[in-house]
Write a protein that binds this ligand. Sequence first.
Ligand code: NAD
Ligand code: ZN
Length: 401
Amino acid sequence: MRALVKARADVGLDFDADRPPPTGSTGTPGEPGPREVLIKVRKAGVCGTDRHIWEWDAWASSRIPVGIVTGHEFAGVVEKVGAAVTRVSPGQRVSGEGHITDFLDYNSRTGNAHIASDTRIIGVDRDGCFADYLLLPEENVWPLHPDIPDRYGAIMDPLGNAVHTVMSAGVSAKTVLVTGAGIIGLMAITVAKAAGAARVYATDTNPHRLELARKLGAFRAFNPIEHGNAVPIPTHWAQSGEGRPRSFPLPPPPGGTAPSEGAPKSSPPVGAEVPAWIDQIRSETRGDGVDVLLEMSGAPPAIDQGFQALRMGGTAALLGIPASPPNFDLTNHVIFKGATVLGINGRRMWETWYQMENLLLSGRLELDDIITHELPLEDYARAFELMQSGEGIKIVLGVNE
Ligand code: NAD
Ligand code: ZN
């Protein structure tokens, strides 16, 4: 079969025109074990994770076994099922959850299989879907509703990240800030609108993405570089007073003057120096800031700004992954603010998938503008170029259409 393989510990992927089909528990290529399903891939989404694997950065080189087939976002058709499979049959259109677990650990057994300790990810830890065929355990296969087209089925993995984040935070009748209007941030905007958010604000450093954020329903979309400081000067409260934390370094306050003494307050209080766009958000939210932060950039300045824009007692759902541990003002952004902080990993199994199906069938999600390019599998190099240049947002590869 055709496959995009991480064949070398180096930049890029190799196109293998003659890769044997995946081997499951039977040990025979292309033969599913009793509870396995062989899927003929129709379309596959290219993800930021695939870009890391392509670029062979520190994360990728420490995680990815050289030799695997890459890709984890797909829609396809069931080709063959194992003898004990009951829920799907050949010919059925499916997508699937790429996080595989044996469903035996503590988290799986207590309703949190999305953070199972034995999670293996297709296209990351084992063979994935940038290929003619993919093998998945039956549990991971998600039958696609006839009204959900393949191009949406192929992006249910990142859409599920957005849905999981939005639903975890709870956005109905609330003001929401999405920091980072990339693939998942843009999806989160349309999901939050569909889920009844009162007003959605967004930030990004790419003007085209900001335009798209507005088109998808963001009330305002700010470029933090143009609208005030790219990296705001945080207003830190006295670090030298009695009983105050001293264990982490903080930048000097604005103008280099000594930090003020006094009782700890939220970060930074209304009226303190913040970028103009945060001031504007505050002025439009009774001076308080947004109810909900959805952090979808992983960029430390955006994380800092997001918490600045969050009201006292607000909820922050964090999906973006910083490249290295950020310098973060825990004291003011979380503790004194009384913020609820949620770490978001993957998609809930299977609550997020049911929610996604409902949202997709409601017709309220606008995904077509987020899928900027559809290319044949053979044009994979172009897909990565488009991602790297920022011109492409979500790129879908046609595998067997
Ligand atoms: P993406 O690259 O498409 O989006 C990130 C966006 O952030 C880009 O549009 C970029 O321009 C913007 N950005 C960069 N610096 C910024 C700043 N200072 N202020 C505002 N915006 C800024 O990536 P994606 O696929 O949408 O993923 C978003 C994040 O979520 C990434 O960090 C990714 O690693 C992470 N992720 C997490 C999970 C999870 O399970 N937690 C799953 C998938 C992706
Ligand atoms: Zn992905």
